[in-house]
Write a protein that binds this ligand. Structure first.
Ligand SMILES: *[C@@H]1O[C@H](CO)[C@@H](O)[C@H](O)[C@H]1NC(C)=O
Ligand SMILES: *[C@@H]1O[C@H](CO)[C@@H](O)[C@H](O)[C@H]1NC(C)=O
Ligand SMILES: *[C@@H]1O[C@H](CO)[C@@H](O)[C@H](O)[C@H]1NC(C)=O
Ligand SMILES: *[C@@H]1O[C@H](CO)[C@@H](O)[C@H](O)[C@H]1NC(C)=O
Ligand SMILES: *[C@@H]1O[C@H](CO)[C@@H](O)[C@H](O)[C@H]1NC(C)=O
Ligand SMILES: *[C@@H]1O[C@H](CO)[C@@H](O)[C@H](O)[C@H]1NC(C)=O
Ligand SMILES: *[C@@H]1O[C@H](CO)[C@@H](O)[C@H](O)[C@H]1NC(C)=O
Length: 314
């Protein structure tokens, strides 16, 4: 499933490049192929939608000498909701799987998910399985490998950052933005956050969080640490984060500037950050935070190298 989604994103990347120049991919995709075609294998009628299972032949890849099975055929599952409110839009999931998996059924995970999406969006959806269809080099890439591949391609040739799969993966509906500055003088630390919701929803709330280390030996905000006398044994390190209110420094119709000032602790360290909550879909909450500022900006030991780092902290 996940791999299939990434395959879809990967294709979007290629299509972006295609807008600027004709690539070998354009030439490949645009070449006529007499093998293209489909037959309907099964039809299911659910109360709210119809599901068609097709045997879909997408192409012939190079020739028989190059690959033992050069004709690519796929199971293609198309859901048409009875309530078709977006007839001009469709969603295609380019999915994985193997031709040997057998004919898909309505309750298969990815098929069912696409049918739910069709009902939820009022549009036609399709689950195109068995992509890629075969790989004569035996190097079918999984999702992480495909991501890594796009990074390698970008490092080799940085003229087109859109090759990075992270770009289309990140590209989504507009989100509000949160930016911040951190500073400190000799007595106080300070974070000022600027929330810009000129695109995206207005924030629900903005709060500060602060926590103090247990002592002046460890600049350590983890709830559990390794027992120094037995490093494989976890032991609690009860550093708790408490909420604290912010100062609103400025506000317009589309921005809010708020800040948090924290005095240096008498001993140990204090960490703090600002969290802004935005309304998400269906009652969910999108939480964005600034970086954490830690005061004072000192460490319990001097820099060390090699054997001189041996100690009792961990
Ligand atoms: C699908 O079609 C291909 C030829 O296009 C054929 O080789 C294959 O056996 C068919 N599969 C099924 C399940 O009908
Ligand atoms: C790919 O794997 C198959 C089955 O393991 C093997 O027979 C074939 O020789 C491999 N092909 C290459 C190019 O390594
Ligand atoms: C880098 O990629 C661009 C297309 O994005 C291409 O025009 C250029 O020739 C490539 N450079 C190298 C060194 O491959
Ligand atoms: C440090 O910052 C705090 C908080 O803004 C302020 O009250 C204090 O006067 C500053 N100290 C100096 C020496 O500027
Ligand atoms: C801000 O919103 C108020 C009320 O909705 C409106 O009257 C005002 O013109 C807005 N100001 C700007 C700068 O958009
Ligand atoms: C929205 O939330 C309700 C109640 O938790 C749930 O029943 C419904 O399935 C959710 N809808 C979506 C699209 O997630
Ligand atoms: C640390 O050890 C490495 C090799 O183990 C050595 O090359 C390096 O000089 C050492 N550094 C110091 C500061 O002793």
């Amino acid at each position: 499933m996940y791999q299939g989604k990434l395959a879809f994103f990967f294709l979007s990347t290629i299509i972006l490049i295609g807008q600027y120049e004709s690539t070998p991919l354009d030439d490949y995709v645009n070449a006529p192929d007499p093998h293209f075609g489909w037959t309907i294998i099964d039809t299911y009628e659910a109360p709210d939608y119809k599901l068609y299972i097709l045997n879909f032949t997408s192409q012939k890849w190079i020739d028989e000498r190059f690959s033992s099975r050069s004709i690519w055929w796929h199971y293609l599952c198309i859901t048409v909701p009875n309530r078709l409110t977006r007839p001009n839009t469709a969603f295609l999931l380019i999915d994985g799987g193997s031709n040997t998996d057998g004919i898909p059924k309505p309750n298969d995970e990815s098929v069912e998910l696409m049918s739910m999406l069709a009902l939820g969006t009022g549009s036609i959806t399709a689950d195109l399985q068995d992509v890629p269809n075969n790989d004569p080099t035996n190097q079918t890439r999984n999702d992480n490998a495909a991501l890594a591949w796009t990074w390698k391609a970008f490092i080799d040739n940085q003229s087109n950052p859109a090759i990075l799969m992270h770009l289309p993966m990140t590209k989504n509906k507009p989100l509000p933005s949160l930016t911040w500055i951190k500073s400190s003088n000799n007595t106080h630390g300070y974070i000022r956050a600027t929330i810009d919701f000129s695109v995206g929803p207005k924030p629900i709330s903005a709060i500060g969080y602060r926590a103090r280390t247990l002592n002046e030996k460890r600049r350590d905000f983890r709830l559990f640490i390794a027992d120094p006398s037995n490093p494989v044994k976890p032991m609690p390190n009860p550093v708790f984060w408490f909420t604290t209110s912010l100062v609103t420094e400025a506000q317009t119709n589309t921005t809010i500037v708020c800040s948090l000032t924290i005095e240096y602790p008498q001993e140990g360290w204090e960490g703090f950050f600002i969290q802004v909550n935005f309304p998400g879909p269906n009652g969910s909450v999108l939480e964005l935070t600034t970086e954490t500022q830690i005061v004072p900006d000192t460490y319990p030991t001097d820099d060390c190298h090699n054997e001189s780092c041996a100690g009792t902290l961990v």
